[in-house]
Design a protein around this ligand. Structure first.
Ligand code: UD1
Length: 338
């Protein structure tokens, strides 16, 4: 019998894996469901009336991100534990694999933790998924795979060139996705995300993405720090675009997309200096940023060629950079997360 659990947040918080003893079947599994991107994908699936199971270990995900997701069946657990992977895959048709330890600098400090969370956990999940008969895994790849090769825009035909432990780990799991599609026939799709930003991105960690950090600081009237000269550029991608790409990737015909890698981005880039100016204007911050030495493992420029996602998924961005900035600032302004 198919049954989807619906739980209130107060109950969610107390559920541990050991306590899940019943037959529960959801169509979709979102890993890292309490994280920024996992949370956003889950919210959209629920909005569409889909049944969703989420898993998170709360290392970087937040319990507060589960507010509003009460219709999700939630399991607290760590995917680096194979029994957790086996459990969460049961009965699922499609997985959105967002769980990771994001951050280049975090991986420089602790490459082993990054490997465990991004490589071991992904392999265990994939293996459990194929054994459980999961049809498709949509994987959160990273633009960091391209490294600092001067070619712009970055297209999927380029040789990967990871220059940080984080990039190497995300790339390793991406290779597993391709191998599992070839060897076991499980459908896998990798979306290489380019600097995703938007509501629910954690601004409080030393490893937070730059957009979240800038929003928090500028709204508090604090001076942000730019590492390097600020002329490094990124294809900053508003969260709705990435959610959109994920849902397209879940629904696209297997013969078109399985085993494939594609960029999920906007196809435009801006510098950090420009980003700071735009945010300062929206927020009304009058000061200047501080400048500090460039970060180890940082790349200079990043810009995606999104033609493959256009061709294979029918993807194109639905929210542009300026609108994304406005929505993001609004959210931080109105939330207690800053
Ligand atoms: C990288 C990956 C991205 C991945 C992310 C996970 C690339 C192009 N992108 O992003 O796919 O999802 O890691 O964390 O490799 N910065 C400041 N001041 C701050 C914080 C950051 O100047 O307070 C600078 C950084 O030095 C960097 C830029 O802002 O030059 C962006 O940093 P960040 O948001 O951490 O993302 P990436 O490292 O580019």
């Amino acid at each position: 019998m198919l049954r989807v659990h619906r739980r209130r947040l107060s109950e969610l918080q107390s559920i541990t894996l050991e306590e899940q003893g019943e037959c529960i079947v959801a169509k979709y599994l979102v890993t890292g469901a309490a994280g920024f991107i996992g949370r956003s994908i889950t919210a959209e699936l629920l909005k569409r009336g889909e049944s969703v199971r989420g898993v998170d270990n709360f290392v970087t995900g937040k319990r507060s991100n589960l507010v509003g997701l009460e219709k999700m069946e939630f399991i607290e657990g760590d995917l680096a534990d194979q029994s957790v992977c086996e459990r969460v895959c049961q009965g699922v048709e499609v997985i959105f694999h967002e769980a990771a330890l994001a951050s280049v600098p975090r991986s420089v400090v602790d490459p082993v933790a990054t490997n465990t969370a991004c490589v071991d956990a992904s392999l265990y999940l994939l293996n459990a998924a194929r054994l459980a008969g999961v049809r498709r895994v949509v994987y959160a790849g990273s633009s960091s795979a391209y490294g600092d090769t001067p070619t712009l825009p970055k297209h999927e035909g380029m040789l990967p060139n990871p220059i940080s432990p984080y990039a190497a780990a995300k790339m390793a799991a991406e290779l597993y996705m391709g191998a599992f599609a070839r060897v076991y026939g499980i459908e896998t799709v990798t979306l290489r995300y380019f600097n995703v930003f938007g509501p629910y991105q954690d601004p409080t960690s030393q490893y937070s993405g730059v957009m979240a950090v800038f929003c928090r600081k500028l709204l508090a009237g604090e001076q942000p720090t730019i590492y390097g000269d600020g002329e490094q550029s990124r294809d900053f991608t508003y969260i709705d675009n990435v959610v959109h790409a994920n849902l397209l990737a879940a629904g696209a015909p297997a013969e078109k997309v399985s085993g494939k890698v594609m960029n999920a981005a906007t196809g435009n880039r801006v510098t950090l200096n420009y980003t700071f100016k735009e945010l300062a204007q929206i927020i009304g911050y009058k000061g200047e940023p501080a400048y500090a030495a460039p970060r180890a493992g940082d790349i200079r420029d990043s810009l995606a060629d999104i033609s493959r996602a256009k061709e294979l998924l029918g993807y194109s961005p639905i929210v542009d950079f300026a609108e994304g900035l406005r929505r993001t600032v609004d959210w931080y302004r109105n939330s207690s997360n800053t």
